[in-house]
Design a protein around this ligand. Structure first.
Ligand code: ZN
Length: 501
């Protein structure tokens, strides 16, 4: 019975290794790829998708799963093995229903889509990107049909990122959030406007040396616990984190006039990286060695980015480093002003990745609503820009002037990554809940931050979240760790505490 389980884990590990090669090619595509190599890369991505599909649908894998199920039925193996076998069965039963051509087509389209999207965004021309989006939607619908999600194809898209979640369940949580968030945002916006009338605005940080920015970003992320012996930090158009285990790749971007953008996007991606580095590496490839889902993943990145790195205690520690690296740039900017700049609230911002904490979730409510309409057939791709602009006016109070700051701003749809956006806001909810629980468990956390000590929080997250892999979904994990059901209350209370006064 041991041998069947060993066989299964070995096969799962090989599938994971193949996936990691695809991931590395995807990283390279966004970090290094020469402009003329896009076609060659698409062919490589397509071949790897075929190999991955072959390994994931191998009859030997099915036999190993069945053998393990028999052992389990006879009372053998432990609870961990039960989790691994159940997840392997679920994944196998799904992927075996998808023809290899579909997997290859999706990989090719995602690779091609990235370059088409980047050019369309630059040209602010949605019509150039629309055919890619149409094709991705058609593929997603076909997949849903094949996997028995024909009635609600959006649920499959969501389930891929967060197993067990549905559009209906998210819709309920988001409606509850919106009810509390919109009045809070309006109140804060009004105060920001009143401050502006009295010429009280956050200080503008301009002309920050790029080499010094790189040193600061690397030092901060290392201090938070990111292990650079098992990871890297590079530059890309859109910051992201790729990889797992001993090879975690973070990317960021640098702009002399936006030093906090590089800092916070790097901390965000490092939060993802800390989670990946903290998963049990001996279990790589099995459900015990992968993240619980993207909502929990985003809870990790957002917790480090916001609750930790925008706190006053964090800035008490960071300020001397910033002054040493940017003596000229920060001359005349006092500590309070610096902390305020890190927590600046900007009503009417149109770009999600630049959004402050107060407005961020409005950007997600917008995307969730549009994806839902695209999938349920009430919105055509051709009408998407107009629908985006209308919702932007309604939720954010401003209409984009062009597609580059509207419907084309995010990379996700170029890769057919529908159903991912809700993970950000669910992640924000979970982050706020974890933050409450962490402070309860370690009341001196913020004093530790002020001394530049982050190991206490990281150890707590390792024990409570990272070590558990995918034993639980986002709901079960949140309930176990925080004692509360996943919901928006803690997030609203946190935003009120930090920005409401
Ligand atoms: Zn993220």
């Amino acid at each position: 019975m041991e041998s069947a389980y060993k066989e299964l884990c070995g096969r799962l590990r090989r599938i994971q290794v193949l996936g990691s090669v695809s991931g590395l090619l995807g990283w390279d595509e966004q970090v290094n790829l020469p402009e003329g190599a896009a076609g060659q890369r698409a062919a490589q991505a397509e071949l790897l998708a075929e190999l991955h599909h072959a390994a994931a649908t191998d009859t030997g894998l099915c036999a190993a799963i069945s053998a393990c199920e028999q052992v389990l039925a006879a009372g053998g193996l432990d609870a961990d093995a039960r989790v691994v076998v159940a997840a392997a069965r679920r994944d196998y039963d799904r992927v075996v229903k998808l023809p290899v051509e579909l997997a290859a087509e999706k990989a090719r389209l995602s690779s091609e889509g990235y370059h088409v999207w980047a050019a369309a965004r630059k040209a602010r021309d949605f019509s150039a990107f629309a055919p890619i989006l149409e094709k991705h939607l058609a593929l997603a619908r076909r997949e849903a049909e094949l996997l028995g999600f024909g009635e609600c194809p959006y649920d499959l898209a969501i389930d891929r990122h967060d197993p067990g979640l549905t559009a209906e369940r998210i819709g309920g949580l988001f409606a509850e959030l919106r009810e509390g968030l919109v009045p809070l945002v309006r109140r804060i916006d009004a105060r920001v406007a009143a401050d502006k009338m009295c010429a009280r605005t956050p200080v503008a940080l301009r002309g920050f040396d790029l080499a010094a920015q790189q040193r600061v970003v690397r030092a901060v992320t290392a201090r938070l616990g990111f292990d650079y012996k098992r990871g890297r930090l590079d530059v890309s158009l859109h910051p992201f984190c790729e990889g797992s285990g001993d090879d975690v790749r973070l990317t960021t971007r640098f702009n002399a006039d936006e030093p906090l953008d590089a800092l916070y996007s790097s901390i965000h991606e490092a939060g993802h990286g800390l989670y990946e580095q903290g998963l049990p590496s001996a279990q790589a490839g099995t459900a015990l060695g992968v993240a619980a889902g993207m909502a929990v993943h985003e809870s990790q990145s957002r917790l480090w980015e916001n609750q930790v790195a925008r706190s006053r205690a964090f800035w008490r520690w960071l300020e001397p480093t910033m002054r040493a690296e940017f003596p000229k740039e920060l001359a005349g900017v006092d500590g309070d002003a610096l902390h305020w700049a890190a927590n600046a609230v900007e009503p009417g911002g149109l770009i999600r990745v630049d959004a402050d904490e107060v407005h961020y979730n409005l950007h997600i409510l917008l995307r969730f609503e549009l994806e839902r309409r695209l999938f349920n057939g009430t919105l055509a791709v051709a009408d998407l820009p107009a629908a985006w602009d209308a919702l932007s006016t309604e939720l954010l109070g401003r209409r984009p002037e062009h597609a580059g700051e509207g419907v084309l701003q995010d990379v996700h749809w170029s890769g057919g990554a529908f159903g991912y956006f809700p993970s950000y806001t669910l992640g924000n909810m979970i982050a706020a809940q974890l933050w409450t629980a962490a402070r309860r468990a370690r009341p001196a956390l913020e004093e530790e931050f002020a001394r530049g000590e982050f190991g206490g929080l990281l150890d707590w997250l390792r024990a409570e979240v990272h070590a558990h892999g995918r034993r639980e979904d986002a709901f079960a994990l949140t309930l176990r760790v925080t004692g509360e059901a996943l919901g928006p209350k803690a997030l609203l209370a946190y935003l009120e505490e930090r920005y409401g006064g």
